[in-house]
Structures are given as C-alpha cells and as structure tokens.
Design a protein around this ligand. Sequence first.
Ligand SMILES: C[S@@+](CC[C@H](N)C(=O)[O-])C[C@H]1O[C@@H](n2cnc3c(N)ncnc32)[C@H](O)[C@@H]1O
Length: 285
Amino acid sequence: MVQKTQRLRAQLNRHLDGLEELDELSDERYHTTHERFESASNQREQILQWFERFIAENNSPDNRHFELLSVGCGGGVMDRKIAEVFAASNGSVELTGVDPNPEHITAFESIFSNSPHRVHTYTGSFDDFQTDRRFDVVYFLHCLYYFDQIEPALARAADCLRPGGSVVVLQAPNDDLNHLADKVWHKQFDQSAWFSDDIHQVLQSMDGETRCKRIEASVDVTACFEHECTAGTELLDFIVQADTRRFSSAFRRTILDSLRAICKPAKGGLRVAHPVDAMVYTPQH
Ligand SMILES: C[S@@+](CC[C@H](N)C(=O)[O-])C[C@H]1O[C@@H](n2cnc3c(N)ncnc32)[C@H](O)[C@@H]1O
C-alpha cells in the first residue's frame, strides 16, 4: 500500500513537471469549491466542539464582551457558528473579519446581516490590515497555508491581543490529503504551503505558552469518482487547489488514482483522513 502510494506520488510529480503552467483557482471558484469541500467533511463540527472547550478552559473578559479577529475569514460560515459558540457562553460578540477575496467578504457580511453580533470587515491581506482594536482571540482558521511569511503574521496577531488574550491557529498537518495540494502549489507559486508543524515551530519560538491538540476528522470524497459530477469536480478542485476541468483526462485519472489510494470505505462511500491541529498561543505578561 505504501509502495503503491509512493508510485502514484511519483507519477503525479511527473505529470506536474510536464505541465508548463497551472492556473490557481479564481476567487469565485475558490469560494464555491471551499464550501463544497467543507460540507463533505465532519471537521467543522469538531472544531466547534473544540472552541466550546477552549472557552470553558480560558479566562473570559470581565465584561463578557468577546472581541474576536478572524484572519482569512472566508465566507463567514464558520465565523457565524464560532460567534454563536462564544455568545452561548453568556457573552456578546464583536467580530472583525479580514480576507483579500472580495467574494468572501460580501458573503461574510451577508451571513452576519441578520445576527445580533457586531461585525467589521477588511478586504485585503492581513499584512496590510491596520487596527487600534485589541482582541481576546485572534484566530487563523485554515488560512496560513497561503501566506508568504508566517512569523510576521503570528507576531502581529500577538501584538493585537488584549492582556490575557490568545492567538488560535487551526492548520492541517502535511498528510496524504495535502500532498496533492502541496505539489500543485509548488507548481503555481514555486513555494510550499505552510503546515501545522511550521506554525507550531514559530509559536514555540515566541515568548509565552503554546498548546497543540490534533483533531481527527474525515472527508467524504465519493462524488469525486462519479462521472461528470459537478459536486465531485468542485471537491477535487479544492483538494488539489486548481481548476481540474482544464487538466487532460490522463492527468485527472492520475490525480483520482492518487486520491483513491488514500481513501477508506466508510458508510457506503469513500473517506479520506482530514485532521487539523488546534494550536493556542498565550503571550507571557
Ligand atoms: C481555506 S480558506 C478558510 C476560510 C475560513 N477561515 C474557513 O475556515 O472557512 C483560506 C482563506 O485565507 C484567505 N487568505 C489568503 N491569504 C490571506 C492573507 N494574506 N491575509 C488574510 N487572508 C488570507 C483566503 O482568501 C481564504 O479565504
């Protein structure tokens, strides 16, 4: 099995090396395929349970008004749920969302339009985001993969905290599922994506306490193997982070073979491990 996976990886690398260039997902395609992928996974519900425990175990602000900053907020589906989890602990929530993708920010604002929470948004990279606000929690939910540099972003996040506040990072380890994306990534941007080990190393080098917990989850990829299935193509596009409709059928087959090699049959479908590491950094005061 290990040998077969290695053979498939080598085959995949050969195909990628043979391609001259590869387009990244457009903002619109990214938005659609991301939601498709997340809704096929059971990871989000586990992240929400993790946040419930995080709130119970950490000091809440005296006035129970939580100031949150979501970096790389995306379309806000998770932020809305995370805000509800904070509010359920008997608090009020003020949330700032930062994302360079205007499609995401529009969706984020719309998702909060009928909520009791106060929200602010910034369309742009976190590198350019300026604020005088101070936050109880600054969180990066599956977004640091895409940063040019992670040290300055994590240091800035720590600088934006109120006393007693924490930086939270939820980031995938570089496991089988992410190998596919990472290879395509290399091709597009000539650099690897950042994974949880990279983040953990930086947080541990900063003054303060860092904790890390692996959350095990899985994603149902059955639709990827169904012929001309829109949902399956969207899932696959997000997994490899590229528009696979533009790939030759031979290359698509190689990618699907690689994906199949890491699947396990479950509940009448095919699932792939989709773990995430939850890291909490609390500065020393
Ligand atoms: C996988 S999505 C995660 C969205 C959301 N946090 C969630 O979990 O549903 C990653 C997000 O990071 C954003 N992103 C990429 N580079 C960024 C940067 N430099 N600053 C802020 N956000 C960034 C992308 O636009 C994208 O919305």
